[in-house]
Design a protein around this ligand. Structure first.
Ligand code: EPU
Length: 456
């Protein structure tokens, strides 16, 4: 298993370019199931979860191809690291010979449950393995199931699989009025994909407003879907009988951008985070400013972050978008260890998302957890240690801590990192970090063994 060796102490200086959003790319790839025509997605990040999704679609009979970058926006600047490739993906689901999401793939990536809605919409039947446990919490998919049932699906659970079919002679889902009991990102996406081909109108309420939902809605609209209200908590969908192919460019990854903003701030550097979407970073930028970090918005796609004269403690409470993202909580906690005073970190989305705390404490952080709240007292002198990644964002937190720790840290199980950050260590190195990977260099080959129990 790969490891990172990181020598802390270097301020990060220069420019990094942000890749496409993993959590947009995943539902957008699943949306290709909804048409027999070709869907082309640009700015797909080259990360392990995307490789897993390609494998999933291919296992169902889809043709999935990767292409070298051709658009000028994809041309790597010196700061992105060399070798930006596999930048767009074409997916053709002309024939879906096997509408089954097998456990062997689903167990490695929870987002696999995103194929349930589109499979039901396209074929009226689906067989999808239940995802099982997860490092960051229980993460049920009951709200996906409940919504599909309202649209006329009959879903049984047998032998670890959801066996779903449409309960009507015409084999087509029916529009319905669905109010989500709680806000769910992939649940909103799954039901949106089910609704676009359903008969009649669907009203989805208490929807997730995340930019990734908007990305998916925009792709679906480009494919001929009729959707109103994307990005608000209420979406109205007028079902159409078929969708066509489309070409769509995925938005930049706001979590990768936020992670680099913290990398600049924690190392006391001067970093430009380019090719991002500043509109999606509001809560993170506001919190960095509250902590005393100098943040200048250079334009709609670039932010400069500079060392704080003095990092001050600030509380965060994770919320659905546009609140402070749970996917930035672990990284923020690394920064809070360096701030003067007491920061309270409250995690409201997942029940078990503090797995990084014990590893940060091993590096010298002063953090106490009580239920869903963590109290961070700083500034703490972090010292290098051998630490272990438990999930994707926890890994990022440990890397950030290692960048300011004394000496050389060894970060184990970086396959978690590879699931969602494209060429992370190359990008860090290009702005002055001392980071090396030991072990097999990650390449998203389908034959790569996938570690089980993954959180995305
Ligand atoms: N929930 C239910 N029932 C459901 C669905 C969700 O109770 O049917 C609960 C969950 O257990 C959780 C809360 O609702 O407590 C919110 O979960 P949500 O469904 O919004 O999470 P998700 O859609 O499974 C996506 C991202 C996560 C991100 C969360 C929250 C993808 C592929 N994954 O997960 O990303 O943390 O939204 O923003 O979009 C990551 O990238 O590291 C990652 C974990």
């Amino acid at each position: 298993m790969d490891k990172f060796i990181i020598r802390g102490g270097n301020p990060l200086v220069g420019t990094v370019r942000i890749s496409g959003a993993k959590n947009s790319a995943l539902p957008c790839m699943a949306a290709a199931i909804l048409t027999e025509e070709e869907v082309t997605l640009e700015n797909i990040p080259q990360v392990r979860d995307i490789a897993t999704e390609r494998r999933l679609l291919a296992s169902m009979g889809a043709a999935v191809e990767l292409h070298e970058s051709v658009t000028p926006e994809d041309a790597p600047s010196s700061a992105t690291g060399e070798g930006a490739s596999l930048k767009h993906t074409t997916i053709s689901c002309r024939s879906l010979s096997d509408p089954v999401a097998r456990y062997e793939i689903v167990k490695t990536m929870r987002a696999s449950s995103l194929v349930l809605g589109p499979l039901m919409a396209r074929s009226g039947v689906a067989r999808v393995a239940m995802p099982g446990g997860c490092a960051i919490g229980g993460r049920p998919i009951d709200l996906h199931i409940k919504g599909l049932e309202k649209m006329g699906a009959v879903i049984l659970q047998e032998h670890g699989y959801l066996e779903a079919r449409v309960d009507s002679g015409v084999g087509r889902l029916r529009g319905a009025h669905i109010v989500f009991d709680r806000i769910t990102v992939t649940g909103t996406e799954d039901l949106l994909m089910a609704a676009v081909l359903a008969e009649g109108e669907t009203l989805l309420e208490n929807c997730a407003r995340e930019p990734e939902v908007v990305d998916l809605a925009q792709l679906l609209i480009a494919m001929g879907a009729r959707i109103e209200g994307a990005g608000t908590s209420s979406m109205r969908v007028h079902g159409v009988s078929s969708l066509h192919g489309a070409r769509y460019r995925i938005n930049p990854d706001r979590i990768e951008a936020g992670t680099f903003l913290i990398a600049g701030a924690i190392t006391g550097g001067d970093l430009i985070v380019a090719n991002c979407n500043v509109d999606h970073l509001g809560a993170v930028i506001a919190k960095l400013r509250e902590s005393g970090v100098r943040v200048d918005v250079l334009g709609p796609g670039a932010v400069r972050v500079r060392a704080a004269e003095r990092l001050r403690a600030a509380d965060i409470s994770t919320e659905e978008y546009p609140g402070f993202p749970t996917d930035m909580q672990a990284q923020y906690m690394a920064l809070a260890t360096q701030a003067e005073g007491v920061s309270l970190v409250r995690e409201n989305i997942f029940e078990n998302r503090f797995m990084h705390v014990q590893e940060l404490v091993r590096m010298g952080a002063n953090i106490k957890v009580d239920g869903n709240a963590a109290t961070v007292r700083g500034p703490a002198r972090l010292s290098s240690a051998a630490v272990m990644c438990s999930d994707l964002r926890a890994s990022a937190s440990l890397v950030l801590a290692a960048l300011v720790a004394d000496g050389e840290s060894v970060i184990d199980r970086v396959y978690h990192m590879d699931r969602g950050y494209e060429r992370f260590e190359e990008k860090l190195r290009s702005v002055g970090a001392q980071i090396q990977r030991l072990g097999d260099v990650f390449a998203p080959r389908p034959e790569n063994p996938e570690p089980a129990d993954q959180p995305a």
